[in-house]
Design a protein around this ligand. Structure first.
Ligand code: AMX
Length: 441
């Protein structure tokens, strides 16, 4: 694979950079930690390195240094589509280089050739009651693939041979596992969708189509080219958001124990399934529909909407899709999806309402100075787009998010092995120890 060559070429320089930092500047202090941060979710504590992506509070996410509009513009596209091949995005995340068409295509072809899902994975999903949350099924299906981990079997094998598996080569097996897992995600996610909400159909992967279009086709949208484009857009923009969010940090931590890609990504997906993380996106469309319902199904005018929003805020309610822990501007991932919506489905009432809320809510939220970011985040529009194209099962939206996020998680994990990162082991203190420190201060 070209991806392996591109990484191999860069390896000596990367290892040299990290070694230099560790040997020459190992004792350099990066930041302090306060008691408030220890009790407050370790917010703002700079304890990680992520070269895959960086979230700037005023600019939003940069994937390997490229902003969202740049990524959408520069990545190769299939003829007839304005939106990138996810294979190209994966090449960028993994190799730190923008791919040409052939390189993006090679990743897509690799996925097609690795897409066959073992029968027992479907059986495992079928064993669960149909009302099981799709994220549980998603995580379980990833675990069911774990016996096929090349890293796990190679690692176990070398324990009993004289040859051994050089530490510097671990990453190649992690990359193999990542490619194998990602190749199967459209099949797994679509089967979960079909099992829960459609006809239990298992649809095989079409090598003629890219990864995103395959997923769309597998849930019955073979003819809907616009939905296929939406999938491309969605999967690209949700792929990574630095290393510190719950799913990225969890999977990276688990992989630091040399747990393989399947074990690590399933752990990350269990974090993504939490209501404060990935699950938030199903709340937003629910809220949009509730607002319309409150106005008899109509989209309220500006004044009516302003009164309604003020009443909700005065009652202490959160407005889903607004605010962010890091961002201090409108999330660029909201902006590009809103542009898609305005271009193709501007007469959809939910989109109309989302546009009106976007006009009136930020100044209201900003009024009392409490909300640090009064602008929309990516979740403010995700669900409404899926809903328009007929994916109306809100609890499935986090699986879509998970499919995309595994692209980023695996890039972090593989690079952890490339750079020889050790097992993570932060130190904990007791409350009494902090009290003693406080006494002495
Ligand atoms: N509506 C009403 N009040 C809000 C608000 C919103 N959308 N966003 C923040 N606030 C309030 C908070 O509740 C908090 O009030 P408190 O001091 O009385 O508890 C105050 O404003 C300050 O919050 P903050 O520092 O600006 O935000 P945060 O970093 O603590 O939390 C977030 C960020 C996203 C959890 C929060 O803005 C929120 O709950 N938003 C709505 C839910 C949502 O959109 N979640 C998806 C997030 C995107 C993602 O990561 N997937």
């Amino acid at each position: 694979m070209k991806m392996i060559e591109a990484i191999t070429e860069q390896l000596p320089a990367w290892r040299e950079r990290v070694n230099r930092l560790r040997t020459q500047f190992g004792s350099l202090k990066v930041c302090d930690v306060t008691v408030e941060q220890i009790y407050g979710g370790i917010r703002g504590v700079q304890i990680q390195v992520s070269d895959i992506s960086y979230v700037d509070p005023y600019e939003g996410i940069r994937l390997r240094g490229y902003t969202i509009p740049e990524v959408l513009e520069y990545l190769p596209k299939k003829p007839g589509s304005d939106f990138p091949l996810v294979g190209g995005l994966y090449y960028l995340l993994m190799t730190d280089r923008l791919p040409n068409e052939a390189e993006a295509d090679e990743v897509e072809q690799e996925w097609a050739s690795r897409s066959q899902i073992p029968e027992h994975v479907y059986q495992v999903i079928r064993q669960f009651p149909r009302d099981t949350h799709p994220m549980t099924l998603f995580s379980v299906a990833i675990m069911a693939l774990q016996p096929s981990s090349q890293f796990a079997s190679k690692y176990a094998e070398q324990m009993f041979t004289s040859e051994g598996l050089p530490k510097g080569d671990y990453w190649k097996y992690y990359l193999e596992d990542s490619m194998n897992l990602i190749a199967k995600l459209p099949g797994i996610a679509s089967f979960i969708y079909n099992y829960k909400y459609r006809n239990e159909e298992i649809v095989s992967y079409s090598p003629e189509l890219d990864w995103s279009a395959n997923f769309a086709r597998m849930i019955g949208k073979a003819e809907d080219l616009r939905y296929q484009d939406l999938c491309r857009l969605f999967f690209v923009i949700h792929s990574d958001h630095e290393g510190g969010n719950v799913s990225a940090h969890t999977s990276y931590l688990v992989s630091s124990a040399l747990s393989d890609v399947y074990l690590s990504c399933a752990a990350g997906m269990n974090g993504l399934a939490g209501p404060l993380h990935g699950l938030a996106n199903q709340e937003c469309i629910r809220w949009v529909l509730q607002v319309r319902e409150a106005f008899g199904g109509h989209v309220p005018g500006k004044e009516e909407l302003t009164d309604h929003l003020r009443r909700q805020l005065q009652a202490g309610k959160l407005i889903p899709g607004y605010g962010h822990a890091v961002l201090r501007v409108t999330d660029p991932r909201f902006t590009v999806q809103y542009e898609f919506a305005k271009k193709y489905i501007s007469n959809d009432p939910n989109i109309e309402l989302i546009g009106r809320v976007f006009e009136v809510l930020p100044p209201i939220l900003a009024e009392n100075g409490k909300v640090k970011n009064p602008y929309p985040n990516v979740d403010a529009i995700n669900g409404a787009l899926q809903y328009h194209y007929g994916v109306k099962e809100f609890d499935f939206y986090t699986v879509l998010f998970g499919m995309s996020r595994i692209l980023g998680l695996t890039a972090h994990i593989v690079w952890g092995r490339i750079l020889g990162k050790p097992i993570e082991r932060p130190k904990s203190l007791t409350t009494a120890m902090l009290e003693q420190l406080a006494e002495k201060s």
